[in-house]
Design a protein around this ligand. Structure first.
Ligand code: GRF
Length: 227
């Protein structure tokens, strides 16, 4: 039996606030053979389409309302304690629209990733498509990074790039990028599931080698060889 066949399936919890298209991409990738178990989809809004999607896919869901907590720290502490109850190997932030409390996430550093719609370190935070267009950038893209207390600031494992089309709107750019995000995220989760990528302190290792620059994901989800 090969090492990969012996490896246990990765237990993945997804945190999402919104429409859930990246979650859907993971559900579909799992159907096609991605070796993960989606053990929980949790969010901060019971009405989020992402949670409906999870229920329809037979995945356990958890919705916590931030209004029921004294502050962000107590919400995050409860959320991550409950998530921990599902013993995930990996937490994926897929459109989870909250700034996270440093104490709550510190046990998960190296085991939590986020997908962000920009070529980090450019454009942390919101309105990334609009900001890339306003800056006159000729390329835009998305990044998957390990989560640290710094917002959108953790070590980047992989990126996908697309050219910007002159005169396009932020919405059009976002719509062109989204399917590339889906492939990028699925490929990153596959690399983690296969034990090929991991965080070592502040360094991302790919097949044991420190990555000097993020892996480049093709728009078809493939990775270019790293020099
Ligand atoms: C994506 O653009 C992702 O990069 C960002 O939030 C959006 C979530 O979209 N973090 P969806 O809910 O997965 O459709």
């Amino acid at each position: 039996m090969s090492a990969n066949a012996e490896r246990a399936r990765l237990r993945v919890a997804v945190l999402a606030s919104g429409r859930g298209s990246n979650l859907k991409a993971l559900i579909e990738a799992r159907r096609r053979g991605l070796p993960i178990d989606l053990v929980l989809v949790a969010g901060d809004s019971a009405s989020a389409p992402a949670l409906r999607l999870a229920e329809d896919g037979g995945i356990e869901t958890l919705a916590l309302d931030p209004a029921g907590y004294a502050d962000r720290a107590s919400f995050d502490a409860d959320l991550f304690a409950r998530v921990a109850g599902y013993s995930p190997d990996l937490i994926v932030l897929a459109g989870f629209m909250r700034i996270l409390d440093a104490a709550a996430i510190s046990p998960w550093i190296g085991r939590m990733i986020n997908i962000h719609p920009s070529l980090l370190p450019k454009y942390r935070g919101l309105r990334t498509h609009e900001r890339a267009l306003a800056a006159g950038d000729v390329v835009h893209g998305a990044s998957v990074h390990f989560v640290t207390p710094e917002l959108d600031g953790g070590p980047v494992m992989a990126q996908v790039e697309i050219p910007i089309v002159a005169g396009e709107t932020p919405a059009a750019l976002a719509a062109r990028l989204l399917p590339c995000e889906h492939r990028l995220l699925s490929t990153c989760v596959a690399l983690i599931a296969e034990g090929r990528i991991a965080l070592d302190g502040e360094i991302v290792r790919h097949d044991g080698k420190a990555l000097a620059v993020p892996l480049k994901c093709g728009i078809d989800g493939s990775f270019a060889p790293v020099a």
